[in-house]
Design a protein around this ligand. Structure first.
Ligand SMILES: *[C@@H]1O[C@H](CO)[C@@H](O)[C@H](O)[C@H]1NC(C)=O
Length: 255
């Protein structure tokens, strides 16, 4: 592209002339049409692909997820906690650690090439249970893959709810904490991570710690939100609940 240096006094006139010449340039194709590749056919026939391929696969995955949720809900809180506490973390292995979660499961569009460099992939796919709902303390203790729908189904019948309920049922607690969970009620309660009172983290050398804002791991407590899983494996979180009622009064004030 040519750059025109235009003296200030005649700039109006000259720039008009330039834009005219540019218009005529535009009529010629910018680059020759490229040959169609298979992706173009995918896009062109996307209705067929979506209806006969994507939807059935998604439906099957949903059924599996649903059955997993039902299986988890059939267990008592005690049983779920027992299974959670049975997990052992190997402190002898050294090397880069990451979760075994595949990129196609996640909502985000992030390049996960860094996972190829990992020495150990830790499969956390079973960490999808609501471990406890403490009505006295108004705290839910959940594993990172628990999603919004699952946690609502447990707490709403108790007249309790998360303070920040991110809108999509599939969003997981782990994702909302280690990246940026937010919803309308954040105007009052802050980000999703601001409603968390404790994190259970497995550190890089295999040690499980519980970080709260006033124990020895308080630095970790403040560093975990938005850390994108870089500081350790989040294996449980204790999240504040708020009381809810069946109906709510809304006052409309025209402005
Ligand atoms: C929840 O609140 C409703 C009324 O708002 C009440 O009828 C119901 O008994 C409450 N449930 C529990 C578990 O407290």
């Amino acid at each position: 592209m040519t750059t025109f240096i235009i003296p200030h006094c005649v700039s109006g006139f000259r720039s008009q002339a330039t834009s005219l010449s540019k218009l005529s340039e535009l009529e010629a194709p910018l680059r020759p049409k490229r040959k169609k590749v298979w992706v173009d056919y995918f896009v062109q026939f996307r209705r067929i692909v979506v209806i006969f391929v994507v939807l059935p696969i998604t439906f099957t995955l949903y059924i599996f997820t649903y059955l997993g949720d039902v299986r988890s809900e059939c267990k008592s809180f005690k049983q779920r906690q027992g299974e959670h506490d049975e997990n052992e973390w190997d402190t002898k292995k050294v090397g880069q650690v990451c979760t075994a979660r595949k990129s196609w499961i996640a909502v985000r569009m992030r390049n996960l090439d860094y996972k190829h460099a990992c020495h150990f992939e830790v499969d956390l796919s079973a960490f999808r249970n609501v471990l406890d709902v403490d009505k006295e303390r108004m705290i839910a203790r959940v594993e990172p893959l628990v999603n919004m729908g699952q946690i609502n189904r447990v707490t709403v019948p108790m007249n309790l709810s998360l303070a920040v309920v991110a809108e999509l049922d599939d969003l997981t607690v782990g994702g909302l904490i280690t990246s940026y969970g937010i919803e309308g009620s954040s105007h009052i309660y802050g980000l999703f991570s601001d409603t968390v009172v404790a994190y259970e983290i497995v550190l890089a050398y295999g040690r499980l710690v519980r970080a709260t804002k006033d124990n020895e791991y308080y630095d970790l407590f403040y560093a975990i939100p938005w850390s994108q899983g870089t500081l350790g494996l989040l294996v449980a979180a204790e999240i504040k609940l708020i009381p809810i009622k069946e109906y709510m009064r809304v006052t409309y004030k025209p402005v």
